[in-house]
Ligand binder design. Structure first.
Ligand code: BTN
Length: 283
């Protein structure tokens, strides 16, 4: 384990700094493993989970060399500027509650960002946006024992003080950071504390099976519903209008012929064209 780099003001990501004044009941009160630069915090958290670390164990890194996103994408993780964390969870729900866990984390992350004075939106299933640009993402990975979830690793990445130049060329125009949105630097420690408080609350609802409350909060932050979307599916692409998110986390998209499609996993792009000019084409 490396000591975290001290970046000045209250931005030193250490276990002590995060725990100091943290007003949660359990999340963040368990071990916090604070690394310098790692390949990915999800791997570190996975290793700890296999060793039996308790639910709520937190892994935070100052930077990642192999940060990963959904659909095998990479997650740019320059040191000293972003928040890269993974939480070990041991949910007792059925495996099909899994998509709802990603939405739960999205609501918590967006709420924490709101507390920093910004207006985030959510894009199904895992994107956090500011002014239509991606500022954060969620990567939930589960390990199963027979048919049950043994543990889940909830990975959250937020571009906090990232400069425009620090994003990869291919991603620069679609990405933003809290600092770029706010016009001033943001404390990663304060953001992380807000996030832990919010996630503890929403994970409580999740554990009670109160998915409808979570979806209600999610829908209030949503940027997808009611708009034209293109969904990239394994074998085809679907154009339609995103109508609703179900309590289990699936997205309902109605195509031109009126059929309702339940999307469990896929990549959603907001359409600027009329979604009903084309529909459900084979690739
Ligand atoms: C996405 O938008 O596709 C998800 C991005 C998730 C990035 C976070 S950063 C902390 C954790 N470690 C990783 O390698 N990925 C997640």
């Amino acid at each position: 384990m490396y000591p975290c780099i001290d970046k000045g003001f209250s931005d030193r990501l250490s276990s002590d700094a995060v725990k100091r004044g943290l007003n949660t009941e359990w999340l963040g009160q368990q071990p916090i493993f604070c690394f310098g630069v790692v390949e990915t915090t999800n791997i570190e958290a996975n290793r700890l989970a296999r060793e039996g670390t308790p639910e709520g164990t937190l892994v935070v890194a100052d930077g990642q060399t192999k940060g990963r996103g959904r659909l095998k994408r990479s997650w740019a993780s320059p040191p000293g500027t972003g928040l890269y964390l993974s939480i070990v969870l041991r949910p007792t729900c059925a495996p099909n509650c899994f998509p709802a866990l990603t939405l739960t984390a999205g609501v918590a992350t967006a709420s924490a960002i709101q507390q920093m004075g910004l207006v985030p939106q959510l894009k199904w299933p895992n994107d956090i946006l500011i002014s239509g640009k991606k500022v954060g993402g969620i990567l939930t990975e589960a390990v199963f024992h027979k048919k049950d979830i043994d543990f889940a690793i909830l990975g959250i990445g937020i571009n906090v003080n990232t400069s425009k130049e620090a994003f990869p060329d291919s991603f620069r125009n679609q990405a933003t950071s809290l600092r770029l949105g706010l016009g001033e630097p943001v404390s990663r420690v304060e953001l992380l504390q807000n996030l832990l408080i919010k996630f503890e609350h929403y994970y409580g609802l999740f554990s009670e099976g109160n998915f409808s409350s979570i979806i209600h909060s999610w829908s209030e932050l949503d940027s997808t519903l009611g708009s034209g979307v293109e969904v990239a599916l394994p074998e085809s692409r679907l154009l339609g209008v995103a109508e609703a998110v179900e309590p289990d986390g699936t997205l309902l998209v109605r195509d031109r012929s009126g059929h309702l499609h339940r999307i469990v996993a896929g990549d959603v792009v907001h359409c600027r064209i009329d979604p009903f000019t084309v529909h459900h084409e084979k690739k």
